[in-house]
Design a protein around this ligand. Sequence first.
Ligand code: FMN
Length: 260
Amino acid sequence: MHSDSMAKTLFVALAVCVVCSVVVSTAAVVLKPIQEENQVNDRKRNILIAAGLLVAGEKPEEGIDTLFAKIDSRVVDLDSGEFVSDVSPDEVDETEALKTPHKHLQLSAKEDIAGIRKRENLRVVYFLRRGDDIERIILPVRGRGLWSTMYGFIALSGDGNTVEAMEFYAHGETPGLGAEIDNAAWKAGWLGKKVFDESGEIRLRVIKGKVVTDAEDAVFKIDGISGATITARGVTNLVHFWLGDQGYGPMLAKLKEERG
Ligand SMILES: Cc1cc2nc3c(=O)[nH]c(=O)nc-3n(C[C@H](O)[C@H](O)[C@H](O)COP(=O)(O)O)c2cc1C
């Protein structure tokens, strides 16, 4: 074949395409388990940060799995608020649940304050215990911001009302604006805030502007993020949804009843 013939050019182009596609597909297949393991570890790391057992950016000396063994993972039926013992946390696949009609609740526009459209029926929640007492309750949450769905964990103390941490691990908000939800100083403002008032109403919210610290209701308010009111409103909405009746509200009420 002549070296600049059309047939040779096409053959070489085709051969390069085939070789490249084999390399890319092999890499995708080989790397998939590693990616999945990284995702699982990343989730564990975020739960440990929300539990106060790990500082963000630090590697645990004893390894993620050893540290994570201190966390009690439980499956909760969100409608009843009861823990489910015949399904293990590893068996709960939240992505699959959102694709399977009988495993999720389709939310009406009025119910869907967090902008998530569907809510899975079973969720895994995490407890840090000291003896018989619950030290922290770590709850996965998600909701729409301005550009993206924001995924995170809210950690409450054993009273089911006092915030210990608010951590987002995935979102697509704008750096310097909505992405300030990752700012350590802003997150520190959540510590010690209360979710529910005496009547059981959810009062916690991100306000516009700065919280007046000696105001009577300051305990329910989080500083706003300037230039990012829409993201901040999304954060308020997701807290109200997930700690409300269609989220962990029934479970938190049951835990409160048990505490007496
Ligand atoms: C390029 C661009 C990116 C923006 N990203 C965000 C964002 O991530 N979150 C947000 O709430 N507002 C974002 N905004 C601003 C919103 O459009 C809106 O002005 C703002 O949320 C209002 O907040 P403010 O009342 O505190 O100014 C962005 C605006 C522009 C032009």
